[in-house]
Design a protein around this ligand. Structure first.
Ligand SMILES: NC(=O)c1ccc[n+]([C@@H]2O[C@H](COP(=O)([O-])OP(=O)(O)OC[C@H]3O[C@@H](n4cnc5c(N)ncnc54)[C@H](O)[C@@H]3O)[C@@H](O)[C@H]2O)c1
Length: 301
């Protein structure tokens, strides 16, 4: 597992450990933390861009499956530092594909649904709609997908691409600019002012991290290749999201409304029909339950 010290990766680690799997985490700790990694998993601090170090670490463990979540995962960083985004998300992903192939292991890749389809996509968006990313992050994830799927075909491995919606839940970092649920929860908990981009109108498909972790396990069990949206088909606006969190927090903070930042989408919702049909996966946590629970994970009552 790469990126297992990060927000989503650490939940994926826990889901596989709960299945009785032996889990080996590779992470450079650039945004992740060892505190997120269960003591039941092995850990090595490795940069996936460092091809020999990655190959050596994976070969020593000998995986049956590689879940690849390590990434430069920020849209705004990708706009500011596209070369870095490319190095981690494309070169790093190619390195992971190669190291997994050498071990004879398929790859399950964390791609993005939210940053891939662009503003012209029908909602909810099916996988067939051609990607039209608005930021380097979407472009590098699209390239990563191409390597993962091509390596599967080239080497006869059932590689899987999971296009995740906007994932939220405990352990998401409230620092930086990613993860609006974590940021709002943190600010509301401290009684601090908050900025809402896009004047509260943009919508996202918010999917709980526990549901996302189950999607990785479902993909592992299926043992068949494919590209799947991991979402709920439901749009929630930033305004609605803030209302749900404020209700739980007991606050009525007036946000500072700002325009959208470069590279950000207006609306997004993913059609999960294919993953429901082929892998039997369906999101189980509605935002009405997941958002208050997540707020309480950040700000205990
Ligand atoms: N959070 C979301 O809503 C979302 C949506 C769609 C896709 N994704 C994807 O899911 C994955 C996990 O995202 P996250 O939200 O948990 O972010 P995160 O930043 O918490 O996790 C990424 C992890 O990768 C590690 N990492 C970064 N560069 C690395 C490198 N060069 N070598 C080794 N490790 C490295 C980081 O230290 C971190 O632990 C990413 O691939 C991201 O693109 C996330």
């Amino acid at each position: 597992m790469t990126g297992g010290a990060g927000f989503i990766g650490s939940h994926v680690v826990d889901a596989f450990l709960a299945e009785g799997a032996d889990v080996f985490v590779i992470d450079d700790l650039s945004t992740g933390s060892v505190d997120n990694v269960s003591g039941a998993a092995e850990f090595a601090r490795v940069d996936i861009v460092d091809e020999p170090a990655l190959a050596e670490a994976l070969a020593a463990f000998g995986p049956d499956l590689v879940c690849h979540l390590a990434a430069q995962a920020s849209v705004t960083v990708s706009v500011e530092r596209p070369e870095h985004d490319l190095a981690v998300n494309v070169r790093g992903t190619l390195n992971v594909c190669e190291a997994a192939r050498a071990a004879g292991a398929p790859v399950v890749f964390a791609s993005t649904g939210g940053a891939l389809y662009g503003n012209e996509a029908p909602l909810p968006t099916p996988e067939e709609f051609p990607p039209a990313p608005l930021a380097p992050y979407g472009a590098s994830k699209q390239a990563g997908e191409a390597y993962v799927s091509t390596w599967g075909r080239l080497h006869g491995l059932p590689n899987v691409v999971l296009r995740l919606g906007n994932v939220y839940g405990p352990r998401q970092l409230p620092h930086g600019e990613a993860g609006v649920v974590a940021i709002f929860s943190d600010r509301l908990g401290r009684g601090e002012p908050l900025v809402v981009y896009g004047f509260g109108e943009p919508t996202r498909d918010y999917v709980h991290v526990s549901d996302v972790a189950r999607a990785f396990v479902a993909a592992a069990h299926a043992g068949r290749p494919g590209t799947f949206n991991v979402g709920t088909a439901r749009e929630t606006s930033v305004r609605e999201l803030l209302e749900l969190l404020q209700r739980e927090a007991g606050t009525q903070v007036e946000p500072d409304l700002q325009p959208l930042r470069p590279g950000e989408l207006n609306r997004s919702a993913l059609d999960p029909a294919r993953i429901e049909r082929e892998l039997g996966w369906r999101a189980e946590v509605p935002v009405e339950r997941g958002l208050p629970e997540t707020f309480r994970a950040f700000v205990p009552a």
